[in-house]
Ligand binder design. Structure first.
Ligand SMILES: [Zn+2]
Ligand SMILES: [Zn+2]
Length: 90
């Protein structure tokens, strides 16, 4: 009678099997989320728990800076126009 043992623990009986490499695995070596062995076939790139960090605050910061610069520039132009009108009105 043939009995499967974990590929990492020869003294333990295999209760799972890797869906990628087909190797027998014990509870400790089996990844239930990926249904693969933790040692070789556990690919963290396919894990959905890793959230991509987007530099959104930096973008909004620069959007605010550009908006403020535009407002300041518009006010400066308005002041220049008013001063010019006052000077030429004399
Ligand atoms: Zn595997
Ligand atoms: Zn094991």
């Amino acid at each position: 009678m043939e009995e499967f043992h974990c590929m990492n623990h020869p003294d333990r009986a295999a209760v799972h099997q890797c869906t990628r490499c087909g190797k027998p695995l014990c509870d400790e070596c089996y990844n239930p989320e990926m249904q693969t062995c933790r040692a070789y076939c556990n690919n963290p790139a396919t894990a959905s728990t890793v959230e991509p960090q987007q530099p959104q605050p930096k973008n909004t910061f620069w959007q605010i800076v550009v908006a403020l610069l535009a407002i300041v520039g518009a006010l400066a132009l308005l002041l220049a126009a008013i001063c010019g009108a006052m000077i030429y009105s004399y």
